[in-house]
Design a protein around this ligand. Structure first.
Ligand code: NAD
Length: 245
């Protein structure tokens, strides 16, 4: 029986890398994103991937995604809460709507998706992997809402891991530093840098001397989803070239 995964934010960056790696490793994947064209390209390139399009800021959409997945595949083994946004600003610069949107995408959606997924994950002794951030472990400048959302996601992970360990459901967070994705490119534009200049500058700022690749994050997610990680739950694992060391 093939394992079934939901990956949110699958139409770009880390989410695409995770969906494609899972598909290559025999998973059936519900790839949830907002860009139907890009999802179609992923589906074409990888067997076993079904696209799902929607905005996950509403509880009803989160519940529908889980229902659609179980309706399509008959089970759910892995939920990867990856969709996220980063709206730059310190507290005084952050408009109420930006605060609420950041929390809605980065924290509410993982909560409502996890809540909807739990009964199915209990049935399969499955797992949740939340893509948080190194800025969920330490502060970052001009990222008040983002840090609050990712810090909340890290402790949602730990709290839920304690509640559901005895039911065989493992819940972990992955905390990347700078990763070469469209989010980083947007950040570069804000800093007045080209993509290449951003890779160079952000790389220089990291102890490892470079930014992380999306496929490296995907490899960690795949490991956490595997049976080899059976004793790992409630962890928040940095993948940041040493930023948080
Ligand atoms: N790139 C980095 O440097 C970095 C660092 C740390 C953490 N992260 C986290 O990794 C995750 C993936 O980011 P990425 O770097 O691949 O960026 P990205 O911008 O390429 O991908 C983010 C994805 O989230 C989706 N998304 C945003 N709002 C949504 C909504 N309302 N409903 C449904 N989907 C929505 C987008 O469509 C997109 O597919 C995010 O949670 C991000 O916070 C990224």
């Amino acid at each position: 029986m093939k394992k079934v995964a939901i990956v949110t934010g699958a139409s770009s960056g880390i989410g695409t890398a995770v969906a494609e790696l899972f598909a290559r490793n025999g998973f059936q994947v519900m790839a949830a994103g907002r860009d139907a064209k890009r999802l179609a390209a992923i589906v074409e390139g990888s067997g076993g991937v079904i696209p799902w399009t929607g905005d996950l800021t509403e509880r009803q959409a989160c519940e529908k995604l889980v229902l659609d997945c179980v309706g399509q595949f008959g089970r759910l083994d892995v939920l990867v809460n990856n969709a996220g946004i980063y709206l730059r600003g310190d507290a005084s610069e952050t408009r109420e709507e930006d605060w609420r949107r950041t929390l809605a995408v980065n924290l509410d959606a993982p909560f409502f998706l996890s809540k909807a997924a739990l009964p199915h994950l209990q049935a399969t002794r499955g797992t949740i992997i939340n893509i948080a951030s190194d800025w969920g472990l330490q502060g970052g400048k001009r990222a008040a809402a983002y840090c609050a959302s990712k810090g909340g996601l890290v402790l949602l992970t730990k709290g839920m891991a304690l509640d559901h360990a005895a039911q065989g459901v493992r819940i972990n967070a992955v905390c990347p530093g700078d990763v070469d994705t469209p989010m980083l490119v947007t950040e570069a534009v804000h800093d007045g840098l080209s993509h290449a200049e951003a890779l160079e500058k952000y790389g220089r700022d990291s102890p490892s001397g470079r930014v992380t690749r999306a496929d490296e994050v995907a490899a960690l997610v795949l490991y956490l989803a595997s049976d080899q990680a059976a004793q790992i739950t409630g962890a928040a694992i940095p993948i940041d070239g040493g930023n948080t060391a």
